[in-house]
Ligand binder design. Structure first.
Ligand SMILES: [Zn+2]
Length: 215
């Protein structure tokens, strides 16, 4: 049944739409293009996180792929996007972690969308990095969309918007990796990192599928 479905609807490259070979997650041409030739910067030390990295630049086909995952129910894009995140962890963060977690979304969005794309990415990373995933944070108040806000407005928008939803012992002394879809100014990740550090996390690293270029 699965094979018949694959025959009728062969998996396509999330970036260019070409039909993929078995076991392929991104086509060879895109793999070459995005993994080898573009390099979003690694961000050293945010206000509360220790390092952040992204796999791709948030533009063109990558932007479309992330929109697909986020707004068009393309959950199947989580795996190839997580692959580039795993690659960013190995090549850019270059540090072992004990635990993977993710930026939470609010309950209304979760009900509407049916899933949290950051959680899908985090769960795909489990087998790639061989590290367990644990939901550690929840949103405790609504925030405005970040799009169009200035950096200081972004910080204010997320301040106090997250709280720990696991026992502090689960993160205390641990090296935690936060997964998210897009790295913009890092204010959401920084606020999440602040809560994890408050709970005693030793290191907080962040990995995103893509990074927005500074405008
Ligand atoms: Zn492709």
């Amino acid at each position: 049944m699965i094979d018949l479905l694959k025959l009728l609807f062969p998996p396509k490259c999330m970036l260019c739409g070409s039909i993929l070979g078995t076991e392929q997650e991104i086509c060879a041409a895109c793999r070459e293009k995005v993994l080898l030739n573009t390099a979003p910067p690694r961000v050293e030390k945010g206000a509360f996180f220790d390092k952040a990295a992204a796999g791709l630049w948030y533009e063109n086909d990558v932007r479309k792929a992330i929109h697909g995952l986020k707004y068009r129910e393309k959950q199947s894009y989580a795996r190839p996007l997580a692959r580039v995140m795993a690659y960013a962890c190995e090549r850019k963060l270059e540090e072992p972690v004990d635990l993977i977690t993710f930026v939470p979304t609010n309950a209304a969005t979760l009900r509407k969308r049916g899933y949290n794309q950051a959680e899908l990415l985090a769960r795909e990373l489990v087998s790639m990095l061989d590290v367990p995933c644990l939901p550690t944070l929840e949103k405790c108040r609504d925030t405005k969309p970040m799009h169009g806000l200035r950096p200081e407005e972004r910080r204010a928008n997320v301040l106090g918007a997250y709280r720990l939803c696991c026992p502090a012992e689960a993160v205390a002394g641990k090296r935690v990796l936060i997964a998210d879809d897009i790295l913009t100014t890092g204010s959401t990740l920084s606020e999440c990192a602040r809560m994890l550090k408050t709970a005693g996390a030793e290191r907080v690293l962040c990995v995103c599928a893509a990074a927005a270029r500074k405008s």
